[in-house]
Design a protein around this ligand. Structure first.
Ligand code: GUN
Length: 285
């Protein structure tokens, strides 16, 4: 039987640790780490994510600043707000919830965020630092995956790691972090020739392609560690599911993350950790 990696419990543990550190931080410095979250428009999924971020701040003892801008906000208005927050010394982390409405240039907006406050680690400066291996922040989802492995005592060193997906937010940085942990890393994508054969080599498989229950047992080496980053709706019943067909795959793994309750809850924990790091670097005594 596989070990089920309980992301919900591990995330709660990290948030508990952060709440304790934050109390000490506040007593020492006289202020709390502050996170500003900007949302533009009415996307219902984004609204839920943003609400959860504010809730996590409250629970840990951070100050959170919420900005809900209308769908028709101009690029100039959004950039002006980011610049104002760059100069607000109560704000240590700035997050612009993605996706933005189509008339706004995401890259331009993200470039405006002060890299020291870039708690998503999406700014090219921070992306470059990650490539070099000398970073302050890691993007939240890949960092969450590494933390799940670490806290489950799964060693990456020397392992065949296969990352399926090459997005800037997950696949590419995930591959880099596994490499830095001394894994032998392969990145697969939609043009990979024999995806199944490559996946079957994996000691650690990270699935991040956004296709509901795509990976069945035929993709899995017996005893592999399977990390499911997918967050999809199952067409048959509309329920939340991952990229991995859990029922088929789980019996063949040594460790597996469920969806929901695996990687998902880690993303917010890592965002909170990045905000604490930003505050400690910028303003702490
Ligand atoms: N939308 C979905 N995930 C994320 C994330 O990690 N950061 C931001 N800024 N937007 C998102």
């Amino acid at each position: 039987m596989p070990n089920i990696i309980d992301g919900k419990a591990i995330s709660a543990e990290i948030r508990r640790e952060l709440a304790e550190k934050t109390q000490v931080f506040k007593e020492k410095n006289g202020f709390a780490p502050g996170l500003a979250v900007i949302i533009v428009g009415e996307d219902p999924a984004s609204k839920v994510y943003v609400r959860n971020k504010h809730r996590a701040c409250e629970e840990i003892g951070f100050t959170s600043f919420g900005y809900e801008l209308p769908e028709n906000t101009t690029e100039e208005e959004l950039i002006a707000l980011v610049e104002k927050l760059n100069h607000d010394n109560r704000v240590h982390g700035i997050l612009v919830q993605l996706p933005l409405p189509r008339h706004l240039d995401e890259e331009k907006v993200l470039l405006t965020i002060d890299p020291r406050k870039d708690v998503d680690a999406f700014h090219p400066y921070n992306v470059g630092k990650i490539m070099i291996g000398n970073y302050d922040f890691l993007p939240c989802t890949p960092a969450g995956v590494m933390e799940l492995l670490r806290r489950s005592h799964i060693s990456v060193e020397g392992k065949e790691c296969v990352v399926v997906g090459r997005s800037n937010i997950v696949g590419k940085p995930q591959a880099m972090l596994l490499l830095q942990a001394n894994g032998t890393v392969t990145i697969c994508h939609s043009r990979t020739k024999d995806l199944k054969e490559v996946c079957r080599r994996a000691d650690i498989l990270v699935a991040a392609i956004g296709k509901p229950e795509f990976f069945d047992a035929s993709y899995i080496k017996e005893g592999a560690v399977v990390i499911d980053v997918g967050m999809n709706r199952r067409p048959a019943d509309g329920k939340l599911c991952g990229d991995v067909d859990y029922a088929s795959v789980a019996p063949h793994t040594s460790y597996i993350t469920p969806v929901p309750g695996g990687v998902g809850p880690m993303t917010i924990a890592m965002l909170m950790q990045n905000t604490f790091t930003a505050a400690a670097k910028m303003g702490a005594k």
